[in-house]
Design a protein around this ligand. Structure first.
Ligand SMILES: Nc1ncnc2c1ncn2[C@@H]1O[C@H](COP(=O)(O)OP(=O)(O)OP(=O)(O)O)[C@@H](O)[C@H]1O
Length: 309
């Protein structure tokens, strides 16, 4: 079953900003990173998936359902962790999560049980009777995650779950998301503007830019594209690009640097680059494995692959 399927989806806000334009994508089960710079349209897509917003054009289905016509069924099967802080500071965490479990339709005793269990899963069991207002940012993020999980959804939609956290907190939150996706068998769509951060926990990535699909692919397909060496010399790299190309390497100019695809034998690729630099008497500034960055993903990907899942 496809998690989220859109067809020529468009969302234009009243202020005429087009947040999503002609977006067609099929998001398959797994841990899916929804990546794009701030303002790319990620939150808008999530809100359309939840039926909190209506499309201005096109169509969206979540678990095969229409989020507006089948709102109740969607909310029963989907959990949502919003981006911004929206927790009542005066409430006790256990009571708050129990309340939301009740709202999802669970009977009182089951709701209490599920709330405790879920707060344990997110690492807040010992602290569950404290007021949310006294929690750290990391603990508040975990309460948001717990309320999204409490009704045992099939799909979790997490909007920037690492927001406001320090590096250690970010790592811990992503480990938790990974555990939920793998051990609990719940599919997760996790929004982030930091590809480098979420790629390690995702099975696939969907990249959007200015409301359009840039690429949708499994992570294994994406990593092929990161199998690049970044070569930077102090001089214009055109001569070096030509020489490496003649030696049979796949070379692309990227501003003042070259991106060279690693051949089957990485050592041989390094040797060819080193020899070419020596032959041309260039001084090497940088030679390293090219790292994923959202900006590179946006720039480098061929448009013909944009709709491949
Ligand atoms: N309620 C709204 N009214 C008008 N414009 C909006 C509204 N919500 C979002 N936008 C605009 O729509 C575009 C997409 O915003 P959206 O929040 O979906 O992006 P995003 O990728 O989630 O980014 P961020 O992580 O910064 O929230 C932006 O230009 C934003 O300013």
């Amino acid at each position: 079953m496809v998690l989220i399927e859109t067809e020529s989806l468009e969302k234009r806000y009243d202020n005429q900003v087009t947040a999503l334009a002609d977006l067609t994508v099929a998001i398959e089960p797994g841990i899916v990173g929804l990546v794009g710079v701030n303002g790319a349209g990620k939150s808008t897509l999530i809100k359309l998936a939840l039926g909190l917003l209506a499309p201005t054009n096109g169509r969206i289905r979540v678990l095969g359902l229409d989020p507006i016509a089948d709102a109740q069924a969607v909310r029963a099967r989907v959990g949502y962790m919003p981006e911004h802080d929206c927790l009542p500071p005066d409430q006790i965490a256990a009571e708050f999560v129990t309340h939301l479990a009740r709202v999802s339709g669970l009977p009182a005793a089951t709701a209490r049980e599920r709330a405790s269990e879920t707060l344990r899963h997110v690492g807040l069991y010992e602290e569950r009777y404290r007021r949310i207002g006294g929690y750290s940012t990391g603990m508040k993020q975990r309460v948001k995650l717990a309320q999204a999980l409490v009704h045992d959804p099939e799909l979790l939609l997490l909007d920037e779950p690492t927001n406001g956290l320090d590096p250690e907190g970010r790592r811990a939150m992503l480990d938790l998301v990974h555990r939920i996706g793998t051990e609990f068998g719940i599919s997760v769509v996790v929004c982030s503007h930091l590809l480098g951060e979420i790629e390690r926990i995702c099975t696939s990535l969907v990249a959007i830019d200015a409301g359009r699909l840039l690429r949708s692919a499994t992570l294994s397909a994406m990593t092929q594209h990161s199998d690049l060496l970044m070569v930077e010399t102090d001089e214009d790299p055109a001569g070096l690009a030509e020489l490496l190309g003649r030696a049979g390497l796949e070379v692309r100019e990227n501003k003042r640097a070259l991106l060279v695809r690693m051949g089957e034998d990485p050592d041989a690729t390094y040797d060819l680059i080193r020899d070419a630099i020596a032959d041309l008497d260039l001084s090497l500034h940088r030679l390293e494995r090219h790292r994923h960055q959202v900006a590179d993903l946006f720039r480098d990907l061929p448009t013909s692959e944009a709709s491949h899942a």
